[in-house]
Design a protein. Sequence first.
Length: 567
Amino acid sequence: MAGKPKLRSRITTDGIDRVPHRAFMRAMGVDDEAMAKPFVGVVTTAGEMTPCNMNLTPQSAAVKEGVTAAGGTPREFTTITVSDGISMNHQGMKFSLISREVIADSVELVVRGHAYDGIVGIGGCDKNLPGLMMGMVRCNVPSVFLFGGSALTGTWRGKDISVLDAFEAVGALMTKDMTREEVEELERACLPTTGACAGQFTANTMGMVSEALGLAPLGSSMISNVDEARQPMAARAGQIIMKGIEEEGPLPRDLVTIKSLENAAAVVAATGGSTNAGLHLPAIAHEAGLQFTLDDVADVFQRTPLIANLRPGGLYHAKDVFAVGGVPVILKELLEGGFLHGDCLTITGEKLSDGVADANPPDGQVVMRNDEALSETGGLVVLKGNLCPDGALLKVAGLKKLVHEGPALVFENEEACMEIIHTKDYAPGSVIVIRNEGPKGGPGMREMLGVTALIYGQGMGEEVALLTDGRFSGATRGMCIGYACPEAADGGPIGLIETGDIIRIDAEAGTISVNLTDGELRVRRKDWTPPDFTSLAGALQKYAATVGPANRGAVTHSGNVKWEREI
């Protein structure tokens, strides 16, 4: 295989002018035999920044063993990650979404700079899952993705709990529904192992997406971070990548198609998944040169039933999905209902319909049959109207009321809102508006779980609505509308409304509007001034200057990156 011109890595190993290159490799212990084999980049986000990204190094070691056994030479490297959990509710959250772009860029830089023949990527939490997948699609060399797995749930007072309960406990303490002792007891119990958050929040949602897109082995994403089954799955990923290199595919852009993106959106809808998928799916599509916007995501959501009973809207966690057979159970049931494209390819080269043919039937508790769906449409709805002409996103899974109308209570940033939430100085029926938190306006599009969890913990989750041009966590629940487009910094109507304006949200009709005429909005626009970013520096300055709108994925380059193989 070493003599085949299809190996891009030969540009670093072959010929007399590559003497210094080979010297560098020999210094790393790469001998002649290893140098003659395909080079596979094994990239992880391993580190001690968050429990989600711990225990990835052993998985990487298993991948390397699989690559070596299948005749390849693995080359391990790492990239950054930013923890949403630890950056939540302060200025650090501005850097979370930006990290997705840095991760994708870093994969491209290393793979292109070192001319690797393939990639295996292992991610652990919210932004690094899509970031790694984006990098793979951009490079378009044989690639396999693995989600590092979620944490196990904790047990408190006889019930399964996750870190979401800790966020909401803070609000319950403020309303004296919990004591400090109870909250501290819950804090120590809710996250007993390493791994990503246990519910159907962003990490688990994007883990499922990786299977639906065909980038990850079927059945891989719901294995918990600490389950011994992760090691053989990782070794299998190493073997799959070597087969992909030998057969020159399927490549990431063979897998990421409009059909597979629709499949991914369907899985998000069917599981009541994270609203962040509405941001990440368009971004992944963008790397393949495809246009798949929030509107396209919404179309799939509207035709897909909610069949998985998962937190935060439902009852169960990732470990429970794994126990009943994993993501293939959901995929097979959706296929049988006609909600997926079964002819899409998977990472092994087989069709999706063939890959899930032997999956278990739904158990009836964690996963329902299509004819017993929890809702006829998916757990996410895109709202449009004169307040959000380009759309906003609402998770309706578990929501009791689908219509809300009330006066706006407007804040210019998250901190100003949190002051009011802490003192509970807001009225039932209000529509709390937090603006200037979009991709450009933040910059960085902060996530508002701190706000929403406090509101819910205060018992007001169904009594008020929250609207923002920022993001929400996959753990958010309640009448919370995010990703308002256009954002305030781009002159969107959300930047023009004032406290007291009446806002109506109708999730059944898919509308969101403010009681202002077009003429009144035009008058207010005359007094509006765009934000000044001249005082920014570093990553925030670069991001604000390049980032696009949220409904198109908040991406930072023109898309459809093409480059010739260096052979």
